[in-house]
Every structure is written in structure tokens, then in C-alpha cells.
Design a protein around this ligand. Structure first.
Ligand SMILES: CC/C=C\C/C=C\C/C=C\C/C=C\CC/C=C/C(=O)SCCNC(=O)CCNC(=O)[C@H](O)C(C)(C)COP(=O)(O)OP(=O)(O)OC[C@H]1O[C@@H](n2cnc3c(N)ncnc32)[C@H](O)[C@@H]1OP(=O)(O)O
Ligand SMILES: Cc1cc2nc3c(=O)[nH]c(=O)nc-3n(C[C@H](O)[C@H](O)[C@H](O)COP(=O)(O)OP(=O)(O)OC[C@H]3O[C@@H](n4cnc5c(N)ncnc54)[C@H](O)[C@@H]3O)c2cc1C
Length: 633
């Protein structure tokens, strides 16, 4: 058994058979998959050793070893679901005895999380896969009764995983008890052949994520032991007794874990895009500012700073808020472990809106970074296109953004009603109770004043939603119809809430630690936090004009301050992205390498194109030449 010391980047990045001779973009769909399995298997071996040292706990932040694989895989790791969802689902939802049983092979098994079906992804109560108890044999019989009930999308399901956690409708003695999770072996450990009674395959090429091996799975009278239902929260006894969970939503806990994690993940995606685009903008000279002077670094154009510095700031915002949300998640998980689920709705609401905002922002900001690099940003070798397709997948997976924002809106409306009834609220929504006392407060053009203003927007929009729902109900609509009629405003309330949270947590966390930092570092971090908050105050000026006492003059001053901050950050811009400390081998970009040899790297990469192996491609003689000669005058 090879034994690796805890991997360091140097060790992992120095392993020869982890390097690619041919850039991935020149491999076929099948070769891409085989290539990532080759590299992923080496990493899986290393990370398995690492994880053994770290004993998987239900809510332990994943190790940053996951980051090293970004550089090695240069795309999505098909083993990712094993670590991201399969193991957390078992440690979250199985009894200790089941955990010992299901994970006894340690990393000798490779799992995924099979919940989404061809016909359902959002509405989990509509899932069609069934798990029916057979009392005589003490087994569950799994079936996919329709084509739309086939599991569809789970990562690693097509050809990689040999086990999965499956979400299926539980049937006991003819009664349906809703979606539950089951531990299922799907392939033979030795031969990797699909087990009898299963139909397995991959779902085909995608916009990105093409090495994730997203697959489909159909069951035909497939039997598993009764004990394979994850029974930490609810149980099915040998005699067929169903013991209900204290809270049926605990079954959805695995999704909360990934949603919480994604905030940090997006911080890292953005850090990569910002590093590439800012370094390139320092190297690229184009056009003049003063006509009689040489061509300038494009980073000296203020509009380029406007496009890029928000990404530096946002990466830090997501990193800091991601840590804050992780601490909240860990605390709530501890409380649940002690039997208290009071804060689960709050955690669900926070994770829904912050996952949505971070993934959406990462998407458009990475695209903005790409566009800021001109044509060269459009090259696959820049790595910006791949960062974009990988990041934007997260807007959909782990809960589609619209759906999750409506979940947060549900919590805001409930909180508003409690506030109007004089109930005390959790700190993250207590500002709703202060709306009527604070809505005419004098505007303060400071970061704290902006945060207070953004909170007033949340309260004002939430109030408007509650009134809209009430109006529709009074006109005869059922509550659910009234909710649907008001959903455009409800989404706005959640988006505003998420932005206010990000600004507040970012500013106050930076403010809190600044006294512990060197003066220079504190100054720069505060500049980034103030840039972030001022950027969003200007973006949301319309809402601030409606719901606060901000004036046109205040906005003009904010615009001026924003432009001052761009100028203040400019001298530190390259240093700030260097401080993300992402090695070239993990950045994988011809535009963003630390040494700035952009043009040499672009040419080196271009020459690796298989098309450049010969000066005249065979298609000339086969196809072009006959046509040219035929039409030659
Ligand atoms: C080494 C690496 C380690 C880690 C890396 C980690 C991450 C790496 C990055 C990426 C991972 C890699 C690849 C991506 C993998 C993708 C996986 C998936 O996509 S898995 C499938 C995800 N699917 C979903 O998220 C489905 C979305 N739908 C839902 O969540 C629910 O159906 C929905 C909430 C929309 C509706 O719920 P429903 O029960 O139908 O009804 P309702 O809206 O009435 O809600 C009822 C009640 O329940 C509360 N609630 C709902 N969901 C939750 C929850 N998750 N937790 C807690 N509470 C919940 C809801 O608030 C409501 O409560 P009240 O009635 O208001 O009290
Ligand atoms: C790259 C990638 C990887 C994935 N990996 C996995 C995985 O490993 N395991 C897994 O189980 N799944 C996985 N998924 C599936 C993912 O979780 C689903 O795609 C997601 O939950 C959305 O479900 P859906 O695709 O069925 O869209 P739908 O739920 O059909 O939604 C389609 C549209 O309808 C709208 N809509 C739906 N419901 C509502 C509502 N109540 N109110 C308003 N609008 C609504 C949505 O906003 C959306 O725009 C993955 C998906 C992708 C793209």
C-alpha cells in the first residue's frame, strides 16, 4: 500500500503521471473521462490517506486538498461527489452502527448522491423512485416505475461510482411515507459491472462539467436489505413499524451542507478568475491615456478597475461570509445533535439565499473577468471559459436559484409576521422589527450607514410582499396562489436580504479583526470591504431612494468615494491577487501565470494543438483541393 505523507501542493504537483501531455480541450469526450479517472485515482489514493487522518465528522469543513485537485484535474473531479455528498449524507443521516457498516471499506468504495430524476429535481416530494418494504424477506425493493423516475444527473453515476445514496419514496404496508435515503451498491466491486436489475449510463455532453460523469440509473425490482435505509432520523422496524423523524426536513440535510460550502467554493473560483484577469491586465499594454505617452497597462483604465476590483473584493466577501456561515452551520448541527432544531429554518434560509447569490455573482463576475481580457480571454488556455462553465453549474445544482430564493422568501414572510406580532426574532432578521422606527432615519454615507440602508430595503420589500399576498387573498385567491402571484417581489426580497447579509458580515468581520492586523493589511482589507459595500449601494440606488432617506447628493458623494477607492486599490491590485497564492499549476492559465510571460505561454500552448502537428492538413488534399481546382479560372 503506497503511503503518502499529508499531501502538500509540492508533493501532489510533482507526481509525473498527474501531468497532461495533450491539453484536455484536444481530447475526445471519452478520452477526457479516462484521463480524469487516471489522475483522479492517484488523487483519490492520496486524499483517502489524508481523510483517514482526519476522521470524517458530519459537519467538518472539507480539507483544502480538494483545491489541489482543481489544478490536476483542470476540470471537475468525478470522485467529487464521494466526498461532497455521499460520505456526508451517510455521516449525517445514518446511525453510528450503519456508518460503521457502510463505511467499513473506508475508501474502498466510491459513492455518489442520487436524488434528482429525469422528471423531478426541485420538487422532492414528487420524486417517483420507490422503495417498498418486503416484510417476508426483510428487504426494500427499489423500482423506477416510469422513464421520468430514472435518476438523472448524479455526478459519478455513469461509470465511476460503485455505490450511491438514493432518495426514494418509502412505501411500508401500502402507505407512502415520503422521500427517504437508502444506501445502495450499484456495481460489482471487482468487475465494476452494473449489478443485475439496474440500468446505468452517462447522460451525455454538457456545457461544462464534462468530466463529472453525470449519469442515469434505473431500478427494476432491485433488492437491498431493510437496514440499508439511512435510519438516524426515521426508522422502519423489522415488523414494518415506521418511526417518524422528529423533523422530516432533516432528510434534506446533505443539501444544506453543500450549499453552505459553496459560498467558500465560489470565493475560490472568483479568486482564480481575478488572479488571471488582473495579472493579464498588468501585462497587457493597449492604447493611450495621454496621447503623447506610451501605450498604458489596461489596468490603468478606471473602467477596467471597475470591472475587476469588485471580483477581488467579492472573493474576500464570500470567503469571510463563507466562514461565518460555516460556523453557523456547525453550531446548528451541534444543536440538532442535542435535539434542538430551532435554528434549522434560519440556517436553511441563510444557506439558500447565500448559495444563490454567491453562485450567480461568481458566474457574471467570472464572465466579466473573461470579457475584460479581450480575445485572449476567449481562449480555452486562459482557463476563464472553464471557470465560467464550472461556476455557473452551481447556480442550478444543489437547488436551483429561483427555488432557493423562494425558500428564503418563505422565511422572511414568516419572520415579518412574527415581527408584526411583536415576537423576538433571530439576530439575522431582527432588523425587520425595527423597520417602522428606523425607516425615516437620516442617511449616513458610511459603510455602516449603507448596511443599515440595505436592511431597510429588505424590510420595505418584505412588507410590500406581505401586503401583495394579503391583497391577492382578499381578492379571493388561495394563499398558495397569492404566493405565486407575488413571487416576482418575493425573489426581490430574498436577493435584497442576501446582499444586505453579505455587506454586513463582510464589513463587520473585517472591522472586528482589523485591530489584530498590521496597519497596512487592515487598511487594504477595509478598502476592499468599503469598495464592495459602496459598489452595491450604487447598484441598488433605486431601492435606497425608495426605502431610505438617501439623497441625490449622498449618491454623488458615494460615486466619488467609489472612484477614490478604485484609485487607492490600483497600486495594490497585483499584490492582492498574488496574495490569493494560487500556483500556476493550479491556475492553469496562459494569461495569469505568475511570471507574466503571457505571449510566450500562449504560443507554447497553441503549438500543442494537434492541428499544428503538420503544416498542411490532410483535408486540403481530400476536400479543398478538388473544389479549388474545379473552380480555378
Ligand atoms: C472534498 C470535497 C468536499 C466538499 C465539496 C463540497 C462542495 C463542492 C462543490 C460542488 C459539489 C459538486 C457537484 C454538484 C453536486 C450536486 C448535487 C445536487 O444537485 S443534489 C440535488 C439537489 N437538489 C435540491 O437541492 C432540490 C431542491 N429542492 C428542495 O430543496 C425542496 O424540494 C424545496 C425546498 C424546494 C421544496 O421543499 P418541499 O418539501 O417540497 O416544500 P416546502 O417548500 O413547502 O418546504 C417545506 C418546509 O421544509 C423546509 N425545508 C425545505 N428544504 C429544507 C432543507 N433543505 N433544510 C431545512 N428545511 C427545509 C421549508 O423551509 C419549509 O419549512 P416551513 O414549512 O416553512 O417551516
Ligand atoms: C452540473 C450539475 C450537476 C448535478 N449533480 C447532481 C448530483 O450529483 N446529484 C443529484 O441528485 N442532482 C444533481 N444535479 C441536478 C440538480 O440538483 C437539479 O438540476 C436541480 O435541483 C434543478 O432541478 P431540475 O433540473 O429538475 O429543474 P426543475 O426543478 O425542473 O426547474 C426548472 C425551472 O423551473 C423553475 N421552478 C421549479 N420549481 C419552481 C417553483 N416552486 N417556483 C418557481 N419556479 C420553479 C426553476 O426555477 C427552474 O428555472 C446536477 C445538476 C447539474 C446541472
Amino acid at each position: 500500500m503506497k503511503c503518502y505523507p499529508v499531501p502538500r501542493e509540492n508533493l501532489v504537483l510533482s507526481i509525473d503521471n498527474l501531468k497532461d501531455d495533450i491539453p484536455e480541450e484536444y481530447l475526445s469526450h471519452k478520452e477526457c473521462y479516462e484521463n480524469v479517472i487516471r489522475k483522479g485515482s492517484v488523487l483519490y489514493d492520496i486524499f483517502s490517506e489524508l481523510s483517514k487522518d482526519r476522521k470524517h465528522k458530519a459537519h467538518q469543513a472539507p480539507s483544502n486538498a480538494y483545491r489541489i485537485s482543481d489544478g490536476i484535474m483542470q476540470n471537475v473531479n468525478p470522485f467529487l461527489l464521494h466526498f461532497a455528498l455521499f460520505v456526508p449524507a451517510i455521516t449525517n443521516q445514518a446511525t453510528p452502527e450503519q456508518q460503521a457498516e457502510f463505511l467499513k471499506h473506508g475508501f474502498g468504495i466510491i459513492g455518489t448522491y442520487a436524488q434528482t430524476e429525469l422528471g423531478h429535481g426541485t420538487f422532492l416530494r414528487g420524486l417517483e423512485t420507490t422503495a417498498t418494504l418486503d416484510l417476508e424477506t426483510d428487504e426494500f425493493v427499489l423500482n423506477s416505475p416510469t422513464l421520468t423516475s430514472y435518476k438523472w444527473w448524479p455526478g459519478g453515476l455513469g461509470h465511476t461510482a460503485n455505490h450511491c445514496v438514493v432518495m426514494a419514496q418509502l412505501y411500508v404496508k401500502g402507505k407512502c411515507h415520503g422521500p427517504h435515503l437508502f444506501f445502495v451498491q450499484i456495481r460489482d466491486i471487482e468487475t465494476h459491472e452494473p449489478l443485475p436489475g439496474l440500468k446505468l449510463g452517462e447522460i451525455g455532453a454538457k456545457m461544462g462539467f464534462n468530466t463529472a460523469d453525470n449519469g442515469f440509473l434505473g431500478f427494476h425490482n432491485f433488492r437491498i436489505p431493510r437496514n440499508n435505509m439511512l435510519m438516524k432520523n426515521s426508522q422502519v422496524l423489522k415488523d414494518g413499524t415506521y418511526v417518524e423523524s422528529k423533523n422530516e426536513k432533516l432528510t434534506y440535510g446533505s443539501m444544506v451542507f453543500v450549499r453552505v460550502y459553496l459560498l467558500s467554493d465560489m470565493a475560490y473560483m472568483l479568486a482564480r478568475a481575478a488572479t488571471i484577469s488582473v495579472r493579464y491586465s498588468a501585462v497587457r499594454h493597449q492604447s493611450h491615456i495621454k496621447p503623447d505617452e506610451p501605450e498604458v497597462q489596461i489596468l490603468d483604465f478606471v473602467i477596467q478597475q471597475h470591472k475587476l476590483f469588485i471580483s477581488i473584493a467579492t472573493s474576500h466577501a464570500f470567503k469571510i461570509c463563507g466562514l461565518w456561515l460555516w460556523q453557523t452551520y456547525s453550531k446548528v448541527m451541534e444543536d440538532i445533535g442535542k435535539g434542538s432544531m430551532d435554528r434549522l429554518p434560519e440556517l436553511h434560509a441563510l444557506s439558500c439565499c447565500l448559495k444563490t447569490t454567491s453562485t450567480r455573482d461568481a458566474g457574471w463576475l467570472i464572465e466579466q473577468c473573461r470579457l475584460a481580457c479581450g480575445g485572449h480571454g476567449y481562449l480555452m488556455s486562459s482557463n476563464l471559459p472553464s471557470l465560467y462553465t464550472t461556476a455557473t453549474a452551481a447556480i442550478t445544482y444543489e437547488g436551483e436559484s429561483t427555488v432557493l430564493l423562494l425558500q428564503t422568501a418563505r422565511y422572511l414572510i414568516k419572520s415579518w409576521k412574527r415581527a408584526m406580532e411583536g415576537e423576538s426574532l433571530p439576530a439575522t432578521v431582527s432588523f425587520l422589527s425595527e423597520y417602522f422606527n428606523k425607516r425615516y432615519n437620516k442617511w449616513e454615507n458610511t459603510p455602516k450607514g449603507i448596511v443599515d440602508g440595505l436592511k431597510l430595503v429588505v424590510a420595505g420589500v418584505t412588507k410590500m410582499c406581505a401586503e401583495s399576498i394579503q391583497k391577492h387573498v382578499s381578492r379571493g385567491q388561495q394563499y398558495e396562489e397569492a404566493w405565486n402571484s407575488s413571487s416576482v417581489q418575493l425573489i426581490k426580497a430574498s436577493e435584497a436580504y442576501s446582499r444586505a447579509l453579505l455587506c454586513e458580515v463582510f464589513w463587520f468581520e473585517v472591522d472586528k479583526v482589523s485591530s489584530t492586523l498590521s496597519n497596512n493589511l487592515a487598511v487594504v482589507l477595509k478598502q476592499l470591504a468599503e469598495l464592495y459595500i459602496t459598489y452595491w449601494a450604487l447598484e441598488k440606488r433605486g431601492d435606497l431612494l425608495v426605502y431610505t432617506t438617501i439623497s441625490k447628493d449622498d449618491l454623488d458623494k458615494l460615486q466619488e468615494r467609489y472612484e477614490e477607492l478604485l484609485a487607492l486599490i490600483r497600486p495594490n491590485a497585483v499584490g492582492l491577487v498574488d496574495s490569493f497564492d494560487i500556483r500556476d499549476e493550479i491556475l492553469c492559465s496562459t494569461l495569469g501565470a505568475y511570471d507574466g510571460r503571457v505571449y510566450e505561454r500562449m504560443m507554447e500552448h497553441a503549438l500543442k494543438s494537434p492541428l499544428n502537428a503538420e503544416t498542411v492538413n490532410q483535408s486540403f488534399h481530400k476536400y479543398m483541393k478538388p473544389v479549388i481546382l474545379k473552380h480555378k479560372i
